[in-house]
Write a protein that binds this ligand. Sequence first.
Ligand code: BES
Ligand code: MN
Ligand code: ZN
Length: 488
Amino acid sequence: METELLVALAADAQTEKGPDAKPEPVLLVADEALKAAAAAVLTGGEFKAGANETLLMHAPAGLKAKRLLVVGLGKLAKIDGNAVRSAAGTAVRFAKPRGIREVVFLLPFSELPVGSVARAAIEGALVGDFDPDTYRSDRKDKSIEQFSLVATEAGREAAEAGFAEGVILGESQNFTRMLVNEPGNKLTPTILAQRAVEMASENGLGWEVHSTEKIKELKMGAFWSVAQGSEEPPALIVLRYEPEGVSEGPVLGLVGKGITFDSGGISLKPGENMEKMKYDMAGGAAMIGAMRAIALLKPQVRVVCVVCAAENMPDGKAQKPGDVQTAMNGKTIEIINTDAEGRLVLADGLLYAKQLGATHLIDAATLTGACVVALGMINAGAFANNDESYAKFDQALAVSGEKFWRLPLGDEYAEMIKSDIGDIKNTGGRWGGACTAAEFLHVFAEDTPWIHLDIAGMAWVENAQPFIAKGPSGMAVRSIVEWVRANV
Ligand code: BES
Ligand code: MN
Ligand code: ZN
């Protein structure tokens, strides 16, 4: 094949352990010419086929391709869609800085189902193509212009279907990342709402945007208590997906935290790393990105999305520790720490989603530092008041490949947020902070099947990886979409 860059995958077939066990890289291709071209380097010992390890050959003998890039998947016995997703991202991030604009990716010759591997590959490629340097004056667009997949003739149909889905998921995830990447001055609550509306109009979703007046009219005292401390008006963003002919069955409610900047408010955060708090709308952006994918994938189930967008600022009108606020359902909240603002906006968001008819809820939020302490930047936290709904989320994770770890709710945690002056307080002390925050939300989700995703540590990539740039990750988009599809 004539191409700038041909990408083939390899895995390590070595199964033994011990000091004498040497890696056995095998190329996952059927083509003899390709195998021959790579034979010498593969036996040479310098390439071990470790995960995302790369080996470049120029003008490979007997091939028409200008270059052959071999990307490792790790141990052969453990390869899965995730390994292929990362490898495709690695290939793209290898090509980008070298000015290579065209890539041909050979799907691995393996036992893995072609459709899901094709989907993972194009998702990985699109995610790998994203760079966050939007505002650099010398920014050169080095995006890959053409990325092709090669499958066997027998796998064509499955590969094409997987490819089409993967494009939707990957582009939606990047849409979310683009929003999350925007700084607070460029993406106020009002502008976030405008972006959501543009996306909704382009993709045939219903939408409504409300601000201060309506928020007060709806008696969203918890949401407003955060918004009142900023000069920037809040935005209550509602997106609707209503497939034709579906008038029965569940209504899925997607609720997102959209704090476009979190200074902490009067309980001001320390200056160090405060600039990162522009990504405190990542949960809301994940929901907006998920709605984009849902609009394009058209599952047969109704979905309503509510994003509560505001700035958390220490203005003269800002709320103070000790204040008591009343949420939309009349529950009173004692404010202990104005930096625990996410749960306040989500309280009214969850209630509003139910008012709009949601029978099943899922929320996403960069909610607690405690969740990052508990799980590191490896897993995001997940909570649920309903095992059946969570089972569907687990199913979704098997498809999305994203890492979430279920954490506990419980009456003992609920006890920790009882208030002396009102119904509940907005922090439960130092210990178990992710769980008490989840129990706070539980007060508003009540018995409606509900899943809460705490993506605080996972919405931003701290260290660049071979397959993804440093910056916004777009975490949760793919899992939310799959959860929606699991509910059809
Ligand atoms: N947005 C933060 C949580 C966060 C922390 C997101 C780190 C991303 C990375 C949230 O609003 C917050 O400030 N939470 C406080 C709650 C505390 C005051 C109970 C926290 O986690 O420290
Ligand atoms: Mn905060
Ligand atoms: Zn916050």
